[in-house]
Design a protein around this ligand. Structure first.
Ligand code: OAD
Length: 254
């Protein structure tokens, strides 16, 4: 495959940045074999109804079915491996003074690729908690066909993800919003930029004067207002960006 050419202006912006912010979505994990939500043929929401699986009401009505769907996703993710794009982001963090990585993904693949201090905007598939009181139960032994009960209060245990109609964890929202207002380069990777408040972070960064970048093989509306749009998969664009930034830093061209 031909190397992707990265605009020199973008390379200089990243190499000279004080604070790079990256927001990733389901497309970031697509090349690891984890399905996205909205891609027409393969997206989860073309096969399943979100209101029957990803709301508190759905869990109350049919906890076994909701739990089983998340177990299926946990299995899928446990068998997936981070790809070169995940690793490139982990490495990029070591090249710039500050990098804030916010992910809408609940699969933990960034951490497994070596990224630290990831802001999990929509929670994590494996960070279970009880439905009524929110007692944390990170390590439910798997496989686990039905939702266990909380040893502290007896309520059913649910996956620690953000469902439709629920608030983003307060600390994640605060960190992400502060970073968006402070970063000088903002990368939006593998997201349809349709779900708020995550989608609003790119606009916050742009309004605050950051250089904005979209990486997505199917450009979204944000590509039209971003400073740079790379119409390529994350697994190709991020390693190419990293290599160009490494070269620029080595040759003192930042
Ligand atoms: P979507 O499924 O809405 O969008 C995935 C995006 O990834 C699309 O724009 C694809 O074109 C792009 N894409 C596909 N393959 C790619 C690749 N190899 N490299 C880069 N991009 C690629 O997923 P999200 O935007 O993450 O929320 O969806 C946001 C939220 O909606 C999710 O976090 C989830 C969902 O409902 C909750 O569960 C709360």
């Amino acid at each position: 495959m031909q190397d992707l050419s990265i605009p020199q202006a973008l390379v200089s912006s990243v190499a000279g940045a004080r604070h790079v912010m990256v927001v990733t979505g389901a497309g970031m994990s697509a090349e690891s074999g984890v399905p996205t939500f909205r891609d027409a043929q393969t997206g989860l929401w073309s096969r399943f109804r979100p209101e029957e699986l990803a709301t508190p009401e759905a869990f109350e009505a049919d906890p076994d079915t909701v739990w089983a769907w998340y177990e299926w996703r946990r299995d899928l993710v446990a068998r997936a491996e981070p790809h070169a794009g995940h690793r490139a982001l982990a490495e990029l963090a070591g090249l710039v003074p500050r990098l804030t990585l916010v992910t809408q993904n609940v699969d933990g693949l960034h951490e497994r690729a070596g990224s630290r201090d990831v802001v999990e905007f929509h929670g994590n598939l494996f960070a279970n908690r009880c439905f009524l009181a929110g007692h944390a139960l990170r390590d439910v032994p798997r496989p686990c066909a039905k939702p266990p009960t909380c040893p502290t209060c007896g309520s059913l245990v649910r996956p620690g993800v953000v469902w439709f109609g629920e608030a983003i964890p307060e600390s994640a929202l605060a960190r992400a919003a502060a970073s968006a207002g402070d970063c000088d380069v903002f990368l939006s990777v593998g997201t349809s930029s349709l779900v708020y408040p995550a989608a609003g972070l790119a606009h916050l960064a742009r309004d605050a004067g950051a250089v904005t970048v979209e990486i997505n093989p199917e450009p979204t509306e944000f590509a039209g207002v971003a400073t740079h749009a790379l119409a390529a998969p994350a697994g190709r664009a991020l390693p190419a960006l990293l290599a160009s930034v490494q070269q620029a830093l080595a040759s003192g061209r930042a």
